[in-house]
Design a protein. Structure first.
Lengths: 288, 288
C-alpha cells in the first residue's frame, strides 16, 4: 500500500498543521526544509493571517474549515493552545480518512490524551507529543526551520495507543530534528510542572509584587527572574488549569524549599542558609 | 583649606578602595577615567591579587593593612561583602585623619548604618550608599569603568549624618556617573528586599527543586528564572541575614501573590487566573 510505505519512511503526502503561529509556522518550515511532505495545509480561524503565511511560503494551502482539511490529510499536527486541542482532534477525527495520524505540540498531555482515548474511529490514531522548543516571540513571522533541531520531544503513548502509530509519530518528530523520549502522559505532566509550569507561575507571582514606587530600583536580577511572566496569559492559564494536579504538587515542592530557606533566616542559622544556597547554586550551574 | 576645596569639587587626593573585586575594581577604573583622585590605594586580604590589580593599572598601591591605608586616605569606599563592612569602618575610623569621608557599596543599609552611627570619631563621617550596578562576573579582571554609568545610587543618610558629608558622598557617586537618590536606610532595605533580595531568594528556592531526573526537561524559562541563583552563597546569605526584617516582609508579599494565583487554580477559576497573569505580564512589560 503506497500510503503506508510513505509513512514508514516518515514522509507524508499531505500534512495539516492546525495553528500557524510561531510553533506551527516553524514546524511547517522544518517540514519543507527536510522535504517531509508533498503538501502542507495550514488551518486557522483567521484566513488573512493564513494567507500571509502562505505568501511567506510556509504552507501550500490556507483553510479555515478543519473538517475539510482533515479529510485530505495523512498527518494532522495540532499547534493550538492546549485548551483547543481536544475539540480539534474530535472534529478532525470525525472527518478524516482511515489511516490518518494525529499528534500535537501541547505543553500538557494527561488531560488531552485522556479526553482523546477511546474517542477515535477505527484506524485513526492520536499520539500526544510535546516538543520542548519555543520562543518569547509570537506569530509565523518569527518561524524558524531550526527551532526543533537537537531539542527533546516527549512523545506520550497512552494505554490503548497503537504501537505502529506511536512509532510513526515518533519518527516524524525525529525527522524534524528532535530527540524523542517516550513516557506516559502523567509522567510528562509531573516533570514539566517542575521544569516549566511552576517556574512560570513563580515568575508571575514575583512580577505581581512589583509596585510603581519600586520599579526604578529593579536591576537585571529582577528582570531575569521575571522574564517568562511576559508570556501570554490565556495560553498559560490553560496550561496551569490543564495540569492542575501536577502543578499543585510542584508548587508544594517549591513551597517546601521556600519554607526551608526562610526558616534559616528566621532562626538566624547562617550555616544552613549558606549550605542551602550553595546547593541551589550548584544545581543552577549544572544547567550550563 | 586646600583639602576642603578639593572635596567641594568632588576630587580627592587619596581614595582608598577596600575590596578590589568586580565592584571595587570597576570603581577604581571609573575614578581613574574621570580623574577623581590623585592616588588610589587598594586594600584587601590577598596581597598577590591586589598586586595583580595594581599591575593591571586599576590601583596605585596594594595594602593589606586597612589601618595604615586609612591613615593616608581622604575617602574610603568599602566594597567588601556586607557582613565585613561594619568591622572595616570601625577599624578605619580608629586610624584615619579628621575630615576623612567613608562610604560603601553594600546591598543592605539599615544594620550597617545603625552599627556605625555614634561609633565615629569627631569629624570622621560614614555615609552609606548602594550603587545599583553589578554583574554575574567576579574579580577585578572584569572591571569596567562604565559599570556605574547612568545607574541609580541610593545614598542613605542616618539620623545624625553630617549634611556636608552627605553632600560630598553623593557628589562622589554622581561623579562616577550615577544618579543619586537619597532615602533612609530602612526605606532602602524595604525597597531592595522587594526588587532584589526576595527575587534572589525565590530563584534559589526554585533552583533547589531541580532533580537529576528532570534536568534534561528544562528549557530557557527555567534557566532565566533561576539565573541569579548562581550567585555567591556567602555574599547572599549575609545580605539576607543583614536585611532579615524587610526580607521576611517581602517574602510575605510574595507568598500572598503565590497563594492568590494558586487559589485560582485550586478552585478552577480561569477568569481570576487570567486576570492575575495579565496583571503580572503588564508589570513585567513595564520594565522593558
Amino acid at each position: 500500500m503506497p500510503q503506508s510505505s510513505l509513512k514508514s519512511t516518515g514522509r507524508f503526502d499531505t500534512i495539516c498543521i492546525v495553528g500557524v503561529g510561531l510553533i506551527g509556522g516553524s514546524l511547517a518550515a522544518a517540514v519543507q526544509q527536510r522535504q517531509l511532505a508533498a503538501r502542507i495545509i495550514g488551518v486557522g480561524r483567521n484566513l488573512p493571517r493564513l494567507q500571509s503565511a502562505q505568501q511567506a511560503g510556509l504552507i501550500d494551502d490556507s483553510v479555515v474549515d478543519l473538517s475539510a482539511a482533515a479529510a485530505e490529510s495523512d498527518l494532522i499536527v495540532f499547534c493550538t493552545p492546549v485548551d483547543k486541542i481536544v475539540t480539534g482532534v474530535r472534529e478532525a477525527a470525525a472527518h478524516c480518512r482511515p489511516g490518518t495520524l494525529m499528534t500535537d505540540g501541547g505543553s500538557t498531555k494527561g488531560a488531552i490524551c485522556a479526553a482523546v482515548t477511546g474517542a477515535m474511529p477505527a484506524d485513526v490514531h492520536f499520539v500526544g507529543a510535546h516538543p520542548l522548543a519555543g520562543s518569547e516571540k509570537q506569530g509565523f513571522e518569527h518561524a524558524n526551520a531550526d527551532l526543533y533541531q537537537d531539542r527533546i520531544c516527549v512523545v506520550t503513548p497512552h494505554d490503548d495507543s497503537d504501537p505502529v502509530a506511536v512509532a510513526q509519530v515518533s519518527e516524524f518528530w525525529r525527522q524534524v530534528g528532535m530527540t524523542v523520549i517516550e513516557m506516559s502522559p502523567e509522567e510528562h505532566d509531573n516533570i514539566l510542572a517542575e521544569t516549566s509550569h511552576v517556574p512560570h507561575f513563580v515568575a508571575a507571582a514575583l512580577a505581581a509584587t512589583l509596585r510603581d514606587e519600586t520599579r526604578p530600583f529593579t536591576s537585571s536580577g529582577f528582570r531575569d527572574t521575571t522574564r517568562i511572566a511576559a508570556g501570554d496569559e490565556q495560553l498559560w492559564a490553560a496550561i496551569f488549569q490543564g495540569n492542575k494536579t501536577a502543578m499543585l504538587a510542584g508548587l508544594d515542592q517549591f513551597e517546601t524549599q521556600l519554607r526551608e530557606l526562610r526558616g534559616a533566616i528566621e532562626r538566624d542559622d547562617p550555616e544552613t542558609l549558606v549550605e542551602s544556597l550553595r546547593a541551589a547554586r550548584e544545581k543552577r550551574e549544572s544547567l550550563e
